[in-house]
Design a protein around this ligand. Sequence first.
Ligand code: ZN
Length: 156
Amino acid sequence: MSELDFMRRAIELSRLNATSAGGGPFGAVVVQAGRIVGEGANRVVPDHDPTAHAEIVAIRAACRTLRSHVLDGCVIYTSCEPCPMCLGAIWWARIGEIVYGNDRVDAAAAGFDDDVLYREMAAPLDERRLPLRRMSADEARAAFELWLANPDRVAY
Ligand SMILES: [Zn+2]
C-alpha cells in the first residue's frame, strides 16, 4: 500500500461515518513499516465517549495490535488535523509523523471548532475559560515520591 492509500482509507472511514447515524466525520489509520496496524473512526456519540476521536480509537487499536503503549516509528494518517487532545495522545504514543487532510479551519466550518481549544491552551492559566484550581499539592506529591522510589516502575 502507498501513502496515498493510507490517507484514502482514513478519508473513507470519515466518509462512512458522515453518512451514518454514528460518530462524527473523522477517520484515522496508524501505519508501521508500510502496513496499517490500527484504524478508527469517531465514536463519540455511539459510545458515549467524548475521548473517542478517530485518532484515539486508531491509537488504541494499534497499541492492541502491537501489544505496546509505544508506537515508535509509526505514522498516523488522519482525515483532519488533530485536535489538542489527539495531538497529546499522538505525542504520548510517540508516533513519529502526522499526515492530515482537512485542517482546523475546515473543521470549524463543519461545526467542530478545535481552534478554541488551541487558543485556550495558549492562554495563561488565570485567563482560561475553564477554571483550574490547585488543591492538596503536598498530599498529591506523595504518589510521585512513591513512584520515584519504586524500582519496578516502567518509565514512559
Ligand atoms: Zn481529537
